[in-house]
Design a binder for this molecule. Structure first.
Ligand SMILES: C[S@@+](CC[C@H](N)C(=O)[O-])C[C@H]1O[C@@H](n2cnc3c(N)ncnc32)[C@H](O)[C@@H]1O
Length: 295
């Protein structure tokens, strides 16, 4: 299995990919928030005196800014930006392939209307709500704590849905279902409760808007088969590549931000290239590939 990391503007890159090259596409485009998405990378060192932060138990720390990872997130016409990329996404999917588009509540309706037209309304399979319930709460309206993931099957009669590969979650009232069922757990619905990437946990890369591995792994495990190819052309920190490698799938990851590519290389190993996969994308093994799964 290989994971390719490409530093490239994705529309140009997509145009270089042959038809029907991927079984699964997951994308998490910028959400058009109107401001740059950025995250400072900090190092904190414990000191006996002074410092600029107080931590657990009143201990003092000095904070050093190691750098900042950022990307632009403002588009005059969001759909005009996304549409040509979605058209290419449909083209590079195999006939039994699935497209997952991860978006926030402000843009999802426009994207859904466009995708219904592009893929066909019958190809719309699910609106998955990822609910995370983390962070500050608004006192002026209901706190917005979810993203939406739209699933389209290129052919709604032939697609991959590996029911037995779905991870199980606990019942809310296990006593009502009996010991055996409670021990097995239940399959999730289209509402996925999953916390965000912990700001202090090992999974965190420091890349802004990094998505949880557990959310993307569920998509990869259920909607592709071992050995198949997954594409993410808004790859950011490379979560899709980590999910694919962990599940025995190959992945092609594309991002136009050198900061993202740096994080992906650190996370996944391997080099980067600005070239699209070779003419026969299925057979291609470019210099950027690595078959070493992440640690
Ligand atoms: C929301 S982030 C993706 C985060 C990712 N899912 C993760 O878990 O880290 C969107 C990414 O799209 C990239 N991007 C935006 N416009 C792009 C373009 N035209 N071509 C390639 N990448 C682009 C940005 O640099 C950013 O890294």
């Amino acid at each position: 299995m290989t994971v390719e990391i490409h530093l490239a503007e994705n529309l140009e890159f997509l145009r270089g990919i042959p038809d029907g090259s991927f079984e699964l596409i997951y994308i998490d485009p910028p959400f058009n928030t109107g401001h740059a998405q950025s995250r400072k990378r900090l190092k904190t060192t414990r000191v006996d005196e002074g410092g600029d932060r107080t931590g657990f138990g009143g201990k003092r720390y000095v904070t050093e800014v190691l750098g900042e990872l950022a990307y632009a997130d403002q588009f005059d016409d969001y759909i005009e930006f996304l549409a040509p990329r979605l058209i290419e996404a449909k083209r590079v999917l195999v006939d039994t392939g699935s497209l997952f588009v991860h978006i926030d509540p402000r843009e999802v309706h426009y994207v859904k209307v466009f995708l219904d037209g592009l893929m066909g309304r019958e190809s719309f399979m699910n609106e998955i709500v990822w609910s995370y319930d983390y962070g500050a709460r608004s006192r002026k309206r209901w706190s917005s704590k979810h993203d939406t993931i739209l699933w389209y099957a290129k052919d709604p009669k032939r697609y991959t849905f590996r029911f037995d590969a779905i991870d199980r979650i606990p019942y809310m009232a296990p006593k009502l279902v009996g010991a055996e069922k409670a021990a097995r757990g239940k399959t999730p619905t289209d509402v996925w409760w999953n916390t965000i990437v912990s700001p202090t946990g090992k999974e965190r890369t420091g890349y802004p808007t990094q998505k949880p591995l557990s959310v993307i792994s569920r998509i990869v495990e259920v909607h592709s088969n071992p050995g198949e190819r997954v594409l993410d052309f808004f790859a950011g920190s490379g979560t899709t590549g980590v999910a694919a490698a962990g599940a025995g799938r190959s992945a092609v990851l594309v991002d136009s931000n050198p900061g993202a590519v740096g994080v992906m290389r650190e996370r996944l190993g391997g080099g980067s290239t600005a070239k699209p996969p070779a003419a026969d994308a299925r057979a291609s093994k470019s210099a950027s590939t690595t078959d070493t799964p992440p640690a």
